[in-house]
Design a protein around this ligand. Structure first.
Ligand SMILES: [Zn+2]
Length: 548
């Protein structure tokens, strides 16, 4: 009896496999033996140890130009050495010195009528503008400063702003889409328009609606010590101070003029609003102290195995600096970016253990001064310790910590749309059952905000990797945004008990295997012709057109 059943069953099996063969997506190429060994050699232990050591109190927040930063640089250099890397810094060392100018506020005051505002909680001055200031003038409130005559809106009508202290509400007005406002750069245009009238100062206040980046956030950054490259020019001499004022500070200012912030915002929210002379005198004084400080990038390399290709390198980068120590508080920078350095260290360790060596050399670069403007990577890109024309690609890590939310199932490759690195990431992700998605927060312009961009400017195809968990992306994007409000760039960025460490492990595996694939290519990765970087060549010295 069995036989009667046997043949139709067999036919069914054949048939189903044919159907599956036709409809299923082509099977992803599985990882090669070497690639699997990279995976095995990437360890959570190294990621954890590096992250914990660098974010410990002992490292004092790895401040650029502070002792904690130097301590961290030496710690990383020791690790590089212990992994068998050769030095790729200055004069046979692992360190590349970078000079900085440090600026701190020495003395400042802000008086509005009879009221005094407190620096750091009520106000702070835009730091690029930090020549000593002593300005006074009478207050004019212009609300959003919108002039759209076609729509019968002119908030500056009939007012002369020359020599005045202008109070400007940060847009967009309620009901106006924030994205549109930002994309069209309305805020900047309005500020430029007011500046053209030569006011004594511009005070920026919030509109009480929260918004993505309220003045309180700017004040938090601007009241800390500032670092820049020594030759970097600020605003021209005599430029009026631009001052951010918190809600608390704004309340004091309007009270000093015999009115209230609430009242002013209500009037200012009206499209018929006209600028108001508040008939109150303001004086703002700021004196700064500058000093020369130094910090170091840390660079090492594992030599390639191919006699000619080893002249070329795959560059791995992650910034190790955080905000250091300020007013007795330590800015630990655990997710940002001790974790990224930890992942990069795990990649370096994995390669150091491998029998089969990559054809190209692998350069590992832990940079300083990122938080103040990508300074360490800019310095390296201008003074590369590996010939820039022979840097095949950069793979960068800079954390906002989304890879610890759970096992990583999603990857973002910032910059992938500009070079062949994007499709290489797509291919690898398929083999690792990961889902690659486009930049989930395009408004934040992350691509322009981390170290890989310094290498892009010199024509090197670059990719920044971000890992995230499975499921609805809105859930982890909301988590990132909440974290940005509470922990990011604050003393609260520390290792948490609920971090899922296999997430960072996956990110390191992706970085390592992608680096391996780049090292084994016959040529180097290339820019996509239609990209705005399509014409770039490695070694580019021309300034790039401004970001869109
Ligand atoms: Zn960072």
């Amino acid at each position: 009896m069995g036989r009667w059943f046997a043949s139709p069953l067999l036919a069914a099996v054949v048939l189903t496999s044919q159907i599956f063969g036709q409809t299923a997506a082509p099977a992803a190429a599985s990882l090669s033996g070497v690639e699997n060994s990279i995976r095995q050699n990437v360890t959570v232990a190294t990621i954890k140890e590096t992250t914990a050591s660098l974010s410990s109190d002992d490292m004092q927040g790895r401040g650029t130009g502070q002792p904690g930063g130097d301590k961290a640089a030496n710690w990383i250099a020791e690790k590089f050495k212990s992994l068998g890397m050769k030095p790729a810094g200055d004069k046979g060392s692992y360190l590349q010195k970078v000079d900085f100018k440090e600026t701190v506020v020495q003395e400042t005051s802000f008086k509005s009528g009879e009221e005094s505002l407190s620096f750091g909680s009520d106000y702070a001055l835009v730091p690029e503008n930090n020549g000593n200031k002593d300005v006074s003038g009478s207050l004019v409130f212009v609300s959003y400063g919108i002039q759209a005559k076609a729509n019968n809106i002119d908030m500056l009508e009939g007012v002369n702003l020359s020599g005045k202290v202008v109070i400007l509400t940060q847009g967009p007005p309620p009901g106006f889409p924030e994205k549109d406002w930002n994309d069209k750069k309305f805020g900047r245009a309005i500020q430029r328009n007011i500046l053209s009238q030569q006011p004594a100062a511009i005070l920026t206040i919030g509109n009480g609606q929260g918004g993505e980046h309220p003045p309180e956030e700017a004040i938090n950054y601007m009241s800390r010590r500032q670092l820049s490259l020594p030759d970097e020019g600020g605003y021209p001499e005599g430029f009026p101070p631009i001052v951010y004022v918190s809600t608390k500070g704004a309340e004091k200012i309007f009270a000093s003029a015999g009115t209230s912030l609430k009242d002013a915002l209500t009037k200012g929210g009206n499209r018929e609003f006209k600028a108001m002379d508040l008939k109150t005198k303001v004086r703002i004084v700021a004196k700064y102290k500058t000093a020369k400080v130094t910090s170091s990038n840390v660079a090492g390399y594992l030599e390639g195995s191919d006699p000619s290709l080893k002249e070329e390198a795959v560059l791995f980068s992650a910034h190790y600096d955080a905000y250091g120590t300020e007013n007795g508080k330590i800015y630990h920078g655990a997710a940002d970016n001790a974790l990224g350095v930890g992942e990069m260290m795990a990649v370096a360790e994995a390669f150091s253990k491998m029998q089969q060596k990559p054809k190209r050399s692998l350069v590992f670069l832990a940079v300083t001064g990122e938080e103040y403007g990508l300074y360490g990577s800019k310095h390296w890109a201008k003074n590369p310790t590996w010939e820039i024309k022979k840097v095949s690609a950069d793979l960068n890590l800079d954390g906002i910590g989304s890879e610890v939310y759970g096992p990583v199932k999603t990857m973002v490759g910032y910059g992938g749309e500009h070079s062949s690195l994007g499709s290489m990431l797509d291919d690898l992700a398929k083999s690792m059952s990961l889902n690659v998605i486009a930049d989930p927060m395009p408004d934040e312009k992350v691509f322009y905000r981390s170290d890989h961009y310094s290498f892009v400017e010199r024509g090197v195809p670059s990719l920044m990797l971000l890992g995230a968990p499975d499921g609805d992306k809105q859930i982890w994007i909301d988590k990132i945004k909440a974290w940005e409000k509470t922990d990011y760039h604050s003393p609260e960025d520390i290792i948490r008990d609920n971090w899922v460490w296999e997430g960072p492990e996956t990110v390191a595996e992706v970085m390592g295997i992608l680096g391996w694939r780049i090292s084994e290519m016959s040529g180097m990765p290339s820019w996509i012709e239609s990209s705005r970087f399509g014409k770039l060549q490695r070694g580019n010295n021309k300034e790039l057109p401004p970001e869109p």
